[in-house]
Design a protein around this ligand. Structure first.
Ligand SMILES: NC(=O)C1=CN([C@@H]2O[C@H](COP(=O)(O)OP(=O)(O)OC[C@H]3O[C@@H](n4cnc5c(N)ncnc54)[C@H](O)[C@@H]3O)[C@@H](O)[C@H]2O)C=CC1
Ligand SMILES: O=C(O)CCC(=O)C(=O)O
Length: 360
């Protein structure tokens, strides 16, 4: 996929719930520029109602600043919903650095970015996302203490992707239970889109559970590493049009379009990608076709749970238990949706609304 293709995917609107109590406008958006290092970044704080706004930094070659802004506004809003639904005392924020991480990422630029994060005085706490790693958090941490998921060597909890994956896998078990009456994933064909940090880990768990994995990724390096790590998985050009039981989006958002909802062979959609739906109406189409979709911010909360664990001094086992509990959270959302005849997205928003209104 080219940058232009991906940017088409991030051009969809920042749709908001009409009730401003549930879905308030953003509190603060900060544009950061540093001529010396070439840094161009945007930090968006959607809400600090439940606590400091925690969310990762995406390093991505957006075609335009407008696309970067749209992405960070959606991503930060998603973090408010994610932490609220996961029961964490955190608000929602996220940041994007505009550029190609393979070319533009330098220690100087990351340090300069860290100093911008620091100016917010803890209202925003950063972490990793697409294009950034725990090692980058170490460098950003030279400019600010408001950073989670640094490497363990540097006092952090390390890469959050394995914890995110544990949560996604647990959510998928609940979705399978809802779709087929069993959480056993053995024999299912799963299409994993994106074999980066989360997609790779997820493939490992799926294969161990006896599922068949078909994977797609436009990056030759990612495909090569994946093939060497998982020779038993197949690499295909496109998992969205493949005959799969489960579609697991683990790359960029905006892939669950009206067209996909009408055509996919999958019975379950559950993955790590943030902001999977291009608009809420897509979920109605999925529902009409009997497709079980797990709201992204319910399934992929394992990473933020780990980042929050750093403030709480939870043990690794406690943190893992909370990520695994996303299975029960997912089951609750899907059962509420089925019981009330509403979409899973609306059922998830009920949990978010309850927490936000109680706090206010
Ligand atoms: N890392 C984490 O802990 C968390 C990640 N997420 C979300 O999960 C998704 C994946 O995150 P990571 O694995 O950390 O990112 P990553 O950057 O490690 O991997 C993303 C992979 O997707 C591939 N990709 C890009 N466009 C693609 C396309 N059209 N089709 C197939 N593959 C494509 C890239 O080449 C890359 O290999 C992102 O949307 C991220 O925001 C959400 C919560 C936590
Ligand atoms: O997973 C992380 O490292 C932080 C949380 C986050 O940015 C996310 O869930 O998208």
């Amino acid at each position: 996929m080219t940058t232009a293709d991906t940017d088409r995917a991030v051009e969809f609107s920042v749709f908001a719930h009409p009730d401003l109590t549930i879905d308030p406008p953003h509190e603060q958006v900060v544009f950061c520029r540093d001529a010396a290092t070439g840094l161009r970044a945007i930090i968006a704080i959607h809400s600090t109602t439940l606590g400091p706004a925690l969310g990762g930094t995406r390093f991505y070659p957006y075609a335009s600043e407008a696309n970067a802004l749209g992405d960070v506004l959606r991503l930060s809003r998603g973090m408010t919903f994610k932490s609220a639904a996961a029961g964490l005392d955190l608000g929602g924020g996220k940041a994007v650095i505009i550029g190609d991480p393979a070319v533009d990422k330098t220690p100087e630029l990351l340090r300069a970015y860290g100093m911008f994060v620091d100016t917010l005085g803890g209202r925003y706490i950063t972490a990793g996302d697409v294009g950034t790693t725990s090692h980058d958090m170490d460098v950003i941490g030279e400019g600010t203490s408001f950073v989670a998921s640094k490497t363990r060597t540097n006092g952090g909890s390390g890469d959050t992707a394995p914890m995110t994956t544990l949560g996604v896998f647990s959510a998928l078990e609940a979705a399978a239970q809802q779709a087929w009456g069993s959480s056993d994933l053995r024999g299912l064909r799963v299409g994993v889109e994106g074999v980066g940090k989360v997609g790779g880990e997820l493939t490992g768990l799926l294969l161990a559970a006896g599922a068949t994995v078909l994977a797609a990724d436009p990056s030759p390096a990612a495909r090569e590493a994946f093939a060497a790590r998982f020779p038993e998985a197949s690499i295909v050009d496109d998992v969205r049009s493949a005959r799969v039981d489960v579609y697991a989006p683990c790359a960029m958002g905006g892939t669950v379009t009206d067209r996909l909802a009408r055509a996919t062979a999958a019975t379950v959609i559950c993955g790590a990608a943030n902001n999977q739906l291009t608009c809420p109406e897509v979920e109605t189409v999925l529902g009409e076709r009997g497709i079980v979709w797990v709201p992204d911010y319910i399934a992929n909360a394992g990473g933020v749970i780990q980042a929050f664990s750093e403030q709480q001094d939870w043990t690794g086992e406690q943190t893992r238990a909370k990520a695994k509990a996303l299975r029960e959270r997912t089951a609750q959302v899907l059962a509420t949706a089925a019981g009330r005849g509403i979409t899973a997205g609306d059922a998830a928003r009920l949990i978010v609304a309850e927490r936000l209104t109680a706090k206010r």
